[in-house]
Design a protein around this ligand. Sequence first.
Ligand SMILES: *Cc1c(COP(=O)(O)O)cnc(C)c1O
Length: 451
Amino acid sequence: MSSLRSLPSVDQLLQNPAVISWINEYGRPLTLDALRQALDKVREGYRTSKDIPSLEKLLEHAHDLLMLWVSPSLQPVINATGVILHTNLGRAPLSLSAFRAIQIISTEYSNLEYDLAAGKRGSRLAHAETLLTRLTHTEAALVVNNNAAAVLLILSALARRRSVIIARSQLVEIGGGFRIPDVMKQSGARLLEVGTTNRVHLSDYQTTIDEGSPALILHTHRSNFRITGFTSEPALSELAGIAMQAGIPLVDDLGSGALLDTGQYGLGHEPTVSESLDAGADLVCFSGDKLLGGPQAGIIIGKAELIARLKKHPLARAVRADKLCLAALSATLLHYLKDEATCEIPIWRMISMSIDVIQQRADHWADSLGFGTVIESESTVGGGSLPGETLPTYVLSLPVRSPNRTMELLRTNQPPVIARLDMDKVIFDPRTVMPEQENDLLAAIRSAFIK
Ligand SMILES: *Cc1c(COP(=O)(O)O)cnc(C)c1O
């Protein structure tokens, strides 16, 4: 039995060649912290076990600590779930052009708020705004931090201390605690609910307008659920009609903000931005990182006079978009303008991926591994769009003895792999796996299934 006296001092450890190399790589303060913590742990353990670990063990522990501290907590993962807009996995991956735009704008100076032609201060909003108005044929646009902020800003600027009409069937919770009634409370707007959970009529809106003199009508897309059966809601264009008569704006929170028609890929129809504008909405807001396929952002488009009021509101500064968002958003919007969205924007590539290509990829995985079967399955769009809608797909299916253990091995792989569990089978959907991730995926599966 050795005593605590045999334990090396921090100064002695600092002479160790391994430790010297750590100092070079991770810096002296962090290395010192790791050594001290490792020594403390040994002293603590000694009280119960009366045992002193070897120098190697001690250094190994210190090194583990260092690795833990310097490895980024936010890291890329392989999404094999087949959920295209996976909210937990960062929603939309960006296009290569959007990535390049972020790279150049973040590492160099830019004309973010400088008007190059006039040689004086400009507006950061000019950049993505011009593209947005051209693309959607609207008068004006405003980009904020995310769509939740867009809704909050609209209600704060246009309806504070006044009331807002919304159908009971649209009082949604999007997830992550975003509830329309709570946002309204935050904005200082008063909620005027109309209709019942399943049915609301145009006359309900009309009566409430006559009695309540509201500031605006809010229409919200039921992003993540469906109501079926005995249901009815007036068309958006009918709401626009009575809003116009009453002289109040109609605001449409579209949620996902599709610019392309999802129907052409065998999915249900997700309301598009142009449909909402055509129906007569005065303001339309949606997310940048859902079906648009860009960075996290909240996009507001519509009447210039209303957008001007939003821009002047103090909250606009608090929720403004940063330059990296504006760079990536502009690059993403350009794909739509150039009519190349389905081949350049990753989520649209995934949505439009042909079933033959998916089957070939799944077959190739099974061949390379030498185990697993390829079966028909379904992918989903996710991210608060197209609830209940699926895309036919082929997946690699692997029966396992302890599914939870296998899922854990995959998750703790480098890079982590997120798969889907279906009873006692682990499922891998090629649709959401980037082609360049395939080798890493196969290596992860091999090592998880050998263990
Ligand atoms: C997703 C969603 C939001 C929130 O958008 P974020 O960009 O995530 O803040 C708001 N409203 C609706 C209808 C949505 O679907």
